[in-house]
Design a protein around this ligand. Sequence first.
Ligand SMILES: [Zn+2]
Length: 121
Amino acid sequence: MIKRYVMYLIRWQLSTPILAVVLILLTDMNKWVATIIANLIGGLIFFWVDKFIFRTLSDSPMWEIRDNVTCADCGNHGRGYRITEWLDYNRKNDKNPQFRCETCKDIKMLEVDKKIKHRKK
Ligand SMILES: [Zn+2]
């Protein structure tokens, strides 16, 4: 939490030069209009920065479960599972999601766990 707070305070300082430069460039303009434009530009940039700062990473795997799929490993047909998100492992927008059967999903989970383990804290 404190790390995120410090990042947020630094991010506020980063908006200072943007506001200053825009206000200097628009010095002949009405100060209210210039400030609105400066804040608009800041908002367009810092929306993405803030989104990154405040993203939350899930500690436990998030699963997507779908019926009538073919297991990507053994080819069995039926209910399938896949991990969509787990810490910085993110397959939420996977264009070709791979589902696995009850047995194969556990093997895949261990594989993903090993992959992300060294990145955990
Ligand atoms: Zn399988």
